[in-house]
Ligand binder design. Structure first.
Ligand SMILES: [Cu+2]
Length: 144
């Protein structure tokens, strides 16, 4: 994109005024971003043909799973509460070898299984146990 150069400088008075206004705008923008920042954790998940590499524990809240397939077969990804028979959430489509996808979900404290729902991949080892911890430690809200 070509920059437009104005041949004349603006009057000195206007220039001096512009800087405080820009600083004020930046402060307002910064405050807004800080206030509205959602609890959003990015979690790297790497799928292989015989395993999943990812953290064992996460903190409760909204998480974005950044899924990469480093296996030779296409893989999917599903998240299920331990002992449950339905998925909390799963990827809409399979991830090709070398491909990646993201899955956003809200996680409550508890135990989960993250696995590949394709064929017998789960039995082949494409699964990982995940523990989701409460967002705040219980000691903080408890008394002495
Ligand atoms: Cu798979």
């Amino acid at each position: 994109m070509p920059r437009t150069h104005t041949p004349r400088r603006p009057p000195a008075g206007l220039h001096a005024l512009a800087i405080p206004v820009m600083v004020a705008l930046a402060l307002v923008a910064g405050a807004t971003i800080g206030k509205a920042a959602p609890l959003l954790e990015k979690v790297a998940i790497v799928l292989y043909d015989d395993r999943i590499e990812m953290p064992d524990t996460l903190t409760a809240g909204t998480a974005t799973l950044m899924v990469t397939n480093k296996g030779k077969a296409p893989h999917g990804l599903a998240v299920r509460a331990a002992g449950d028979s339905t998925d909390v959430k799963q990827l809409d489509a399979q991830v090709k070898p070398g491909g990646s996808a993201t899955l956003e979900l809200a996680l409550q404290p508890g135990r989960y299984e993250v696995y590949c729902p394709v064929g017998d991949h789960k039995q082949a080892g494409v699964a990982h146990r995940l523990t989701v911890m409460p967002a705040r430690p219980p000691t903080e809200s408890g008394g002495r």
